[in-house]
Design a protein around this ligand. Structure first.
Ligand code: XIL
Length: 465
């Protein structure tokens, strides 16, 4: 009964005051999370992600990337096994496709990667030393020329050091000796004088033997006039183990005179994920972001994908995963909320409801909630919606919002709620971190949707327990 009355009330309100409802989403206490790319831009840095051409066929995932990231790294498409599968036979189609998608989303691109021991064809690995040197220079020259003017940076050499700071005994190192890295950078500079040239590696995020070795190499390059502009810290991290010296490490590279970027951030955990692990992961993401944001000269952060749906982790580290800020269903995790706040955003829930100053006791009255639906932005065929949920006079521990789209619209990806659809019907439930609301307190969830002929505002209903 009460629900029917309330529903009728909201329906009347949105019919008469639809525009007002949209304006209300701009009020600070009800704001949807600003996309990370906007928050990063306001701080003079970028927020990037990596994607493969295949992943970009997933339109919901593509839209999520376009919303959150203003820098893109092709996951595999610029690696040697794709770009020069046979000697002198170049294949830039897949890489070009990622660049085109990035350009359409108004994103810049990091080129990844020219010289690596992995994902490099056998024909390269089997060459004798003299030919290998020439093949390396030819490959760099042709690929860098092809992308000249289209990229922000190149990871020129990837993962050339071992954990103890000695050179990795790759076929490059064994056949060409120490000089191959400097040669690769010189060839890249000759092919494109403007693109930033990076050395990129993992387990170099904090101060240690491996990052010391990279530091010494960069220092000697700068002394000798070998062209290098940046150091990429991959940051494939483990929950609970973000190096405490990350900021100090970033700072020492910047002090040398190069820029730094976090290039492949993910923070893995033993699966399945639990609320406790997700909470630790959230503070880990914040710690990594803070380390970069604290140092002028740390130009941006790229996550190695956005959603656990496409993460490389489970295939390479069996039993581990859940490493990215969005889950398998493209729903924002606590890590996303923490990242958003680290960049100065409101997070996806109002601060006042996630950090209550005094614990409140439920009044014992009937549990209820109200919800309001608003279109945050709309474009041809698509829109971003936001639903604000407010608890009634009693504290609630879970909420469910339902509506039926009036014009056949559909929901493609959702953050801060879990959604099930059936035809035009939508049922959205809280996630484990935003179900609990104090009396009168609010939270919000958002989604991307598509529409055709019209995008009318549906009536929404909210139930609480
Ligand atoms: C990974 C890709 O994500 C996978 O699809 C591929 O199978 C293996 O490579 N360090 C790097 C990236 O520099 O290129 C790697 O990408 C992840 C580790």
């Amino acid at each position: 009964m009460a629900r029917r009355t309330w529903q009728a009330g909201i329906s009347a309100m949105v019919t008469a005051l639809g525009v007002v409802a949209i304006t209300l989403t701009n009020a600070p206490e009800a704001a949807a999370a600003s996309p990370l790319r906007d928050l990063a831009a306001a701080k003079g840095v970028y927020f990037g992600t990596a994607a493969t051409v295949g992943e970009l066929n997933d339109s919901a995932y593509k839209a999520l990337g376009a919303r959150e990231a203003d820098m893109m790294t092709p996951g595999n498409e610029m690696k040697w096994d794709t770009t020069e599968p046979n000697r002198g036979q170049f294949n830039f189609g897949p890489g070009d496709a990622v660049v085109a998608a990035a350009t359409a989303a108004n994103q810049r691109v990091r080129g990844h990667t020219l010289v690596w021991h992995s994902q490099t064809p056998n024909w390269v690995q089997n060459l004798p030393a003299t030919e290998l040197r020439q093949a390396m220079v030819d490959h760099i020259t042709t690929e860098v020329n092809h992308y000249e003017g289209k990229l922000y940076a190149w990871d020129v050499v990837n993962e050339a050091f071992s954990e103890d700071g000695t050179r990795r005994q790759s076929f490059w190192q064994q056949k060409l000796g120490d000089g191959y890295i400097a040669e690769a950078f010189r060839a890249a500079r000759a092919a494109d004088p403007a693109v930033k040239l990076y050395y990129n590696d993992y387990n170099t995020d904090g101060v240690g033997a491996k990052s010391d070795a990279v530091y010494n190499m960069v220092k000697s390059f700068l002394q000798q006039g070998v062209p290098i502009d940046g150091v990429g810290l991959q940051a494939h991290l483990i929950v609970g183990q973000v190096p405490g010296s990350m900021r100090q490490n970033i700072q020492r590279f910047v002090d040398l005179g190069v820029e730094v970027a976090i290039t492949e951030l993910d923070i893995r955990m033993p699966t399945p994920a639990t609320a406790a692990k997700l909470a630790t992961q959230a503070s880990d993401y914040k710690a990594a972001a803070d380390a970069c944001l604290a140092v002028a000269g740390c130009v941006g952060i790229t996550t190695w994908g956005l959603s656990d749906k496409y993460s490389w982790i489970p295939s390479v580290f069996p039993g581990e995963g859940a490493a990215l800020p969005f889950d398998d269903a493209l729903q924002a995790k606590p890590a996303y909320d923490a990242l958003n706040r680290a960049y100065g955003g409101t997070g996806s829930t109002p601060t006042s409801t996630t950090t209550p100053t005094t614990p409140t006791t439920p009044t014992g009255g009937a549990k209820s909630c109200t919800a309001s639906y608003a279109i945050v932005s709309q474009w041809q065929g698509g829109f971003q919606g936001e639903v604000k949920v407010t608890a009634g006079g009693s504290a609630v521990t879970a909420w469910t919002v339902t509506w039926t789209f009036p014009n056949g619209q559909s929901v493609s990806s959702v953050w801060n709620a879990s959604v099930v659809t059936s035809g035009s019907g939508v049922t959205a439930k809280n996630l484990n971190y935003n179900g609990r609301l104090d009396p009168g307190a609010g939270t919000a969830f958002g989604f991307l949707g598509s529409w055709n002929s019209a995008n009318g505002i549906p009536s929404v209903a909210c139930t609480a327990s």
